[in-house]
Design a protein around this ligand. Structure first.
Ligand code: MGD
Ligand code: MGD
Ligand code: SF4
Ligand code: MO
Length: 715
């Protein structure tokens, strides 16, 4: 090693794949980020966002490096550099003023989720002020999967044992773009002879390698899941022993699934019957592993769709089995982020948490019983604008770009504009930060320390600060801590209870607890393995009312919801014939690209070179019908949507006839502030957020939407 050069084993936190990384530092500057072959979860998988995106973000010439205060009108783009003391004093006081005038619940936060410490810190800070209200983006992300998983009692998040499987059932997932470790595992499994079954209306590298590729109409997968259950039962290919000992409601599930024989599922989904049967046959020849993604999440029938597949995992005996879906493994004594939020010592009084926005309507999502205790976002946006059920007047946003990533951009903008106070912590100016009163500079994943539990290892991993924060950037822990101490000094004496730690290290050690591993010990390798066993449910049972896997959910029944998985007709099918005529195509959004992470990296030259414009895939038949050609720009509108957005046509058989398929997250950093294209090239500018909603998670449809297109005549 040259003098002044060190290589630090760490973890990339640019996305939830959490690949092990090796960070080269020369003379105090990161010069290289590379894959870490020995890391037990990622085994050397990595992607360009880690290699280029993260260092280029850290050293970007336009990075926000100092706290800033708005000087002109909101959204006017005039800023003045201020000290951290000034910024935090002003923020503490502005939020206390709102608290004084409207009560604590008028304060709200927005963050990605509590899979990272930033989510926990933001939620605890809001609790320190006395407010239960914070928004996360999981209703638009993995929320339906997570709630189905909890309701059914499985706990199989990120436990896919693809390497040892005989059949990978990939549903609505594009691991090539979304999860490189998963993609590498799938390729290894295939090379070893495993079968790959893919359910995806669109083409992906996984569908190209599949033994059977089922192309259902968007939003119809539940019918296939139920048909597969029916096939397994009819052919006696389910795990009788596991079902008898550990499943609740098998007979009721069998009865429900019998309504979906392959022939009917074929009609509902557009997939040939023989392919559905082949998929069931391959899956029955296990061990089999269910690999699922966003393609069947984030829509108004997401939970029931996942329930169908989760029940399939359970009755086929693939739960917590080598080559199947492993249950969450965790070293004893370790506390994960979501558990922090549920610990009694950090809770607000029940009567306060019961008033979390959305808890009345979606109790398994929002409020005290809710998965992460967060709010129902569209109801918060509505509360900001209407004052109902009560006023929400101040917001602190950290590490999300909600103007771009929440559906209904015009409404999000109107809400942000109307607030009494808005603070945004970010790395780069983006359309959300443009509306802030105070902008705070955040540390990147090369400058901060974070501990994380990796379900796919399983192992614990460490993100190590490789360099000192640039400029005056600070991490979420420190921001939340300093604000909590400030409001304590101003009379909110209970604030300390929610953030008792003095440093991020102390917080990280709190998470590690007495699990036998310390941060110092993890620094050498950047991770820690821990022993685990299969079948831990034999001792403790499942975390449901009956202690079993609930194929029939007692909690859903109590809430008056369907206790069994079912197929729900898609949005397009539920619309009136007049609406269907006016919006004859079906829109599918969110297809990931390797270059971008949602709205991030749009300001990096290499990424824009690979993928310069927002695209819309149209099948050649559809393109011909609309007289459109490759590279034409089209306006896209959805039924009931707030406006339109402009996308560039790609004519391809990668999408089905009649299905318009696109990504998400577009804005042009170089375009005029404050919107920077967020109202023009961002698909969320054309989508509604006001329902229909999934009855459990409150998720709005990000796929399966009735839509129409028209050629842009002049740009
Ligand atoms: N490079 C990159 N990686 C990422 C991200 C990123 O932005 N960029 N984001 C991360 C995050 S937060 C997430 S949530 C994941 C998302 O990543 P994935 O879980 O892979 O989800 P998507 O890319 O949205 O969609 C995957 C596939 O679902 C298909 N699909 C759409 N509708 C349906 C349907 O109704 N049924 C079925 N069966 N399939 C359907 C789409 O055609 C697409 O091919 O990726 C993570 N990884
Ligand atoms: N129509 C439609 N809308 C969607 C989706 C869809 O499929 N269709 N997908 C949804 C999904 S799955 C998700 S998860 C959300 C995502 O929604 P967001 O979380 O809002 O998306 P990002 O663009 O990743 O967030 C950008 C912000 O993350 C901050 N950030 C925080 N930590 C880091 C870090 O470590 N590195 C970097 N580079 N930036 C960081 C940056 O400051 C940046 O401002 O969008 C959802 N919205
Ligand atoms: S997939 Fe890419 S962005 Fe995500 S953790 Fe791995 S290297 Fe980082
Ligand atoms: Mo997501």
């Amino acid at each position: 090693m040259e003098s002044g050069t060190t290589i630090i084993p760490s973890t990339c936190w640019e996305c939830s794949a959490h690949c092990g990384s090796l960070v080269t530092v020369e003379d105090g500057r990161v010069t290289k980020v590379s894959p870490y072959p020995e890391h037990p979860a990622s085994l050397g998988a990595f992607c360009v966002k880690g290699i280029r995106g993260l260092p280029e973000l850290t050293y970007h010439p336009d990075r926000v490096l100092y706290p800033m205060k708005r000087t002109g009108p909101r959204g006017g783009g005039r800023w003045q550099r201020v000290s951290w003391d000034e910024a935090l004093d002003e923020m503490a006081e502005a939020m206390l003023a709102v608290r004084e005038r409207y009560g604590p619940k008028a304060l709200c936060g927005a963050v990605s989720n509590a899979h990272f410490s930033r989510g926990v810190m933001l939620a605890l800070l809001l609790r320190a002020y006395g407010s239960p209200n914070w928004m996360m983006n999981q209703d638009l992300c993995g929320g339906c999967r997570a709630l189905s998983d909890r309701i059914t009692g499985l706990a199989i998040s990120k436990g896919e044992d693809i390497d040892n499987t005989r059949c990978a059932l990939v549903v609505g997932r594009n691991p090539y773009a979304a999860d490189p470790p998963q993609w590498q595992a799938l390729k290894r499994a295939k090379a070893k002879g495993a079968r790959v079954v893919v359910l995806d209306p669109g083409e992906t590298p996984a569908s190209t390698m599949a033994d059977v590729w089922l192309r259902p109409r968007p939003g119809t997968d539940a019918a296939i899941g139920l048909a597969m259950i029916h096939w397994l039962v009819e052919h006696g290919r389910y795990d009788r022993d596991f079902v008898e000992r550990w499943c609740h409601g098998f007979d009721a599930l069998v009865e429900r699934a019998a309504q979906y024989p392959a022939e009917r599922a074929a009609k509902l989904t557009g997939v040939p019957r023989a392919d559905i049967e082949k998929a069931a046959e391959y899956y029955a020849d296990g061990p089999s592993c269910f690999v699922s993604g966003h393609g069947i999440d984030a829509f108004s029938a997401g939970v029931q769709t996942f329930r169908a597949f989760h029940c399939l995992v359970a009755i086929s005996g693939n739960l917590d089995r080598e080559g199947g879906n492993r249950r969450v493994k965790k070293p004893a004594g370790f506390t994960n982020y979501i558990e922090v939020l549920h610990k009694p010592e950090f809770r607000l009084p029940l009567e306060v948490e019961n008033q979390t926005i959305g808890a009345d309507r979606f109790p398994l999502w929002a409020g005290p019983e809710g998965w992460q205790t967060a709010c129902h976002n569209p109801s918060v946006i509505e509360a900001v604008l209407s004052g109902k059920p009560y006023p929400v007047r101040a917001m602190y946003v950290s590490g999300v770009n909600i103007v771009v990533t929440y559906p209904d951009t015009p409404k999000t903008l109107a809400a942000l504009k109307s607030l009494d106070f808005l603070a945004v912590a970010t790395h780069m100016m983006n359309p959300t930060a443009e509306y802030a009163d105070i902008v705070l500079p955040k540390t990147t994943g090369l400058e901060d320390e974070e501990v994380s539990l990796e379900g796919s290892g399983p192992c614990l991993s460490l993100i190590q600060p490789a360099v000192e924060p640039l400029g005056e950037a600070r991490g979420d822990f420190r921001i939340a801590h300093d604000l909590a101490r400030r409001i304590e000094a101003r009379g909110v004496t209970e604030a300390r209870r929610f953030i008792p730690w003095e440093t991020k290290r102390e917080f990280n050690e709190f998470l590690l607890g007495d699990c036998g591993v310390t941060v110092e010990q993890m620094r050498e390798k950047g991770y820690a393995n821990f022993p685990f066993t299969y079948g831990d449910f034999e001792k403790a049972g499942f975390k449901t009312k009956t202690g079993k896997v609930e194929l029939y959910s007692e909690r859903l029944a109590e809430l008056g919801l369907d206790p069994l998985p079912d197929y729900t007709p898609t949005r397009s099918e539920r619309e009136t014939p007049a609406v269907r005529d006016a919006y004859p195509l079906t829109l599918l959004t969110g297809v990931r690209e390797r270059t971008y992470h949602h709205s991030r990296f749009r300001d990096q030259g290499w990424a824009r070179k690979v993928s310069p414009d927002p695209w819309l895939q149209l099948h050649p038949e559809t393109a011909t019908r609309y007289r459109l050609a490759e590279d034409d720009w089209v306006w896209v509108e959805t039924a009931g949507g707030p406006g339109r957005c402009r996308l560039k046509v790609r004519v391809t058989e990668a999408t089905l006839p009649g299905v318009a398929r696109t990504g998400m997250g577009w804005w042009y950093p170089e375009a005029e502030a404050p919107h920077r294209g967020a109202l023009e090239v961002n698909i969320n500018a054309a989508m509604r957020y006001d329902g229909p909603w999934d009855p459990v998670t409150g998720s709005a449809d990000t796929r399966g939407l009735p839509c129409r297109i028209a050629k842009v005549e002049t740009l």
